[in-house]
Every structure is written in structure tokens, then in C-alpha cells.
Write a protein that binds this ligand. Structure first.
Ligand code: PMP
Length: 360
């Protein structure tokens, strides 16, 4: 049998075992070509079918309406921090950022290179423990930018803010396709694939067509969304293996029962770990305020600092991977993305209870 770790990495992170096994089976001879997907020309009919199927399945499973384009990009979500203002912060307008963590701060920093960009709301004073209840939208805003799930602090938007006529843009890197979302509320959604959708190297962007029509045009070819839209994300060589893997992850999501079922699984998984925290009488405590808790990144502390080190050490010895908090905040973090099995979350909850019983 295959030895699989209890992988709670924040990204790159766990992939479905079924997907890895299928990729393994197809690796040296993909569909009778005598080649792996990695060795195919990106202009071949065989690869193009993989590419188009991935886009079509993404549209179907995430219920992306017809007035949105789906593109595959490179450079991670981090390059989107730059491309968004380059394309959409048009002359005389202001970019509006809602700061809920380090990734929103980074997005804002890049926007400032393109023009006026402000943090209209921030929860930094509260140590990014919560998601704001309201946002402030200015008449002159080119867009409002949010981070739907804050990977480092472990908070998540439960309902998305109303921004009227101003397009809402969301960095969904750490919770894309973890649940159904009403796409029509957004001007644009983007995400690096390496948490819920596949390996690193592919970035997904879903962009409303009217935004593309009014975008800045005087941009380098590779930094302009229109280049990717006009060429079906095949202007230059795309990350072919990553796109193939993303396509297989989408098929796996469909086999799970689609996003409704995936969302239920994710709720149940997170509840196992949050319950272990909440029922610990303060032995463990969460970072996020209850109404803002993420179902993807569960951030917590062991109240006793020495015991926290011991917890992380014993957890590692017991086969749990990736439980240290982000280097900027410390503590513990369990990332429970789509492909993390319920059994792994149950095993962690059991381990937490046993550790508490032993050391309290
Ligand atoms: N946004 C969020 C919410 C993230 O979690 C991350 C990566 N952890 C990024 C952006 C940056 O993504 P990338 O490394 O793909 O540039």
C-alpha cells in the first residue's frame, strides 16, 4: 500500500491520491501517444483537447457565466497583484483595497506602482483576526479588491461585500472552488492553483468581459489580459503539465459530487479541528474570531508556549506535516484544502485531544 502523509501544508499542498495515481498511470504514454503530457507540443490536438476540457470543466463546475472569460496565466497570484492594476486601474481612477492580511497588503503595494491605490478598510489593528462587516466604496473607484481567504491568519469572507457598480475583484488563491460562489457578484476572481486546484505553476483568472473591454491597452503583451483571452491562453507555451493536473483535479471534484458536496466535506473537516480547539478549555485557542474563521486554514495556538513547541515536535513525529504557522506569525496552522481527506482531519483532532490529555 502507498504511504501517504497527513499533509496539512499551506500550499503547495495535498493533491487527491486518485489524481496522482491516474497521472502516474498515464505518465510515460499519454493516450497512446508514446509520450507524457509534458512532452506533447502545446499546439498538438492532443494537448489542446486537455486544455479546452480543463477550461470547460472549470466553467461548468464553478458555474462561470458566459459573460466571463477564463484564462490560465503564470507568475502565481503574485503577478496578478501587478497585472490587475496595470490593466484595470484606468486614468483618473482609484484602486480600493480591503486589507485582511499579508496577501492583501502585498496586492496593495503592487497597485501603488500603477496609480492611486488606497486601503479603504483594514483589520490590521485587530491583528487580522476578523473580516470587516462592511466596505467603503468610492464613486471614483476602478475596483474594490479583497482576499477571500487569508491563508496566513486563517480568516475567510462568509458573505461577499456589495460594491454596487464598482467591480469587485477577489484573490481566491486559498479557497477557490472550496464551495459554490455566485460569480456574477465579481468583476474578476483569480487564484494560484497550488492549494485547491493542482500543482503550482498555473494561475486561474475569471474576468468579466466588460472589464476587459475598458482595460488599459498600452501594456507589454505578456502583461495584458487581452493577450491571453484572444489566444485561448495559448499565446505562448503554457504550463502544460500543470494544466493537465488541474483538469484531473476538476474531474475529481466532479466525482466528489461537485462543489455543493465539496463544501459540505470541507465544513465537516474543519469542524473536527475547531471542535478540538473549542472543547479544550483554553489549552488550545484559535487566532480568528469565530464569525471570521476559515474553513481552509485553521490557525491556532497552544496556550503554553513551551508546550506549543512540544506539540509541533510530537505532531511531526506522529506523521503530521505542515502544522507550523506561517513564518511571519508563528503558532500552528492546519490547512484543510479540498484534497485533504476527512481521515487526516480526524487523525489530527484525535492527536490534539490525546496531546492535551497527556500534557495538561
Ligand atoms: N494570495 C494568497 C491568498 C495566497 O495564499 C498566496 C500564496 N500562499 C498568494 C496570494 C501568493 O501566491 P503565489 O505564490 O502563487 O504568487
Amino acid at each position: 500500500t502507498t504511504k501517504r502523509a497527513y499533509n496539512f501544508n499551506a500550499g503547495p499542498s495535498a493533491l487527491p491520491l486518485e489524481v496522482l495515481q491516474k497521472a502516474q498511470a498515464e505518465l510515460v504514454d499519454f493516450q497512446g501517444t508514446g509520450m507524457s503530457v509534458m512532452e506533447l507540443s502545446h499546439r498538438s490536438a492532443t494537448f489542446e483537447a486537455v486544455h479546452n476540457e480543463a477550461i470547460a470543466n472549470l466553467r461548468k463546475l464553478f458555474a462561470v457565466p458566459d459573460n466571463y472569460e477564463i484564462v490560465f496565466l503564470q507568475g502565481g497570484a503574485s503577478l496578478q497583484f501587478s497585472m490587475i492594476p496595470m490593466n484595470f486601474l484606468t486614468e483618473g481612477k482609484r484602486a480600493n483595497y480591503v486589507l485582511t492580511g499579508s496577501w492583501s497588503e502585498k496586492a496593495l503595494k503592487e497597485a501603488k506602482f500603477s496609480g492611486e491605490a488606497v486601503a479603504s478598510v483594514s483589520t490590521k489593528e485587530n491583528k487580522y483576526k476578523n473580516i470587516p462587516t462592511e466596505v467603503e466604496v468610492g464613486e471614483n473607484d476602478a475596483y474594490v479588491h479583497i482576499t477571500s481567504n487569508n491563508t496566513i491568519y486563517g480568516t475567510q469572507w462568509k458573505t461577499f461585500p456589495e460594491t454596487g457598480n464598482v467591480p469587485l475583484i477577489a484573490d481566491m488563491s486559498s479557497d477557490i472552488m472550496s464551495k459554490p460562489v455566485d460569480i456574477s457578484k465579481f468583476g474578476m476572481i483569480y487564484a494560484g492553483a497550488q492549494k485547491n486546484l493542482g500543482p503550482s505553476g498555473v494561475t486561474v483568472a475569471i474576468i468579466r468581459k466588460d472589464l476587459l473591454e475598458s482595460a488599459n491597452t498600452n501594456l507589454p503583451t505578456m502583461l495584458k489580459y487581452d493577450t491571453f483571452v484572444a489566444n485561448n491562453s495559448l499565446y505562448n507555451t503554457p504550463p502544460t503539465f500543470g494544466i493537465y493536473m488541474l483538469g484531473e483535479v476538476l474531474k475529481w471534484i466532479e466525482a466528489q459530487g461537485g462543489l455543493e458536496q465539496v463544501a459540505k466535506n470541507n465544513e465537516a473537516k474543519a469542524a473536527l479541528i475547531y471542535d478540538a480547539i473549542d472543547n479544550s478549555n483554553g489549552f488550545y485557542y484559535g487566532h480568528a474570531e469565530e464569525g471570521s474563521r476559515s474553513l481552509m486554514n485553521i490557525t491556532f495556538r497552544v496556550a503554553d508556549e513551551e508546550l506549543e513547541k512540544q506539540f509541533l515536535k510530537e505532531a511531526e513525529e506522529a506523521g503530521f506535516v505542515g502544522l507550523s504557522g506561517h513564518r511571519s506569525v508563528g503558532g500552528c496552522r492546519a490547512s484543510t484544502y479540498n484534497a485533504v481527506p476527512t481521515e487526516a482531519c480526524q487523525a489530527l483532532a484525535d492527536f490534539m485531544k490525546a496531546f492535551q490529555a497527556k500534557h495538561q
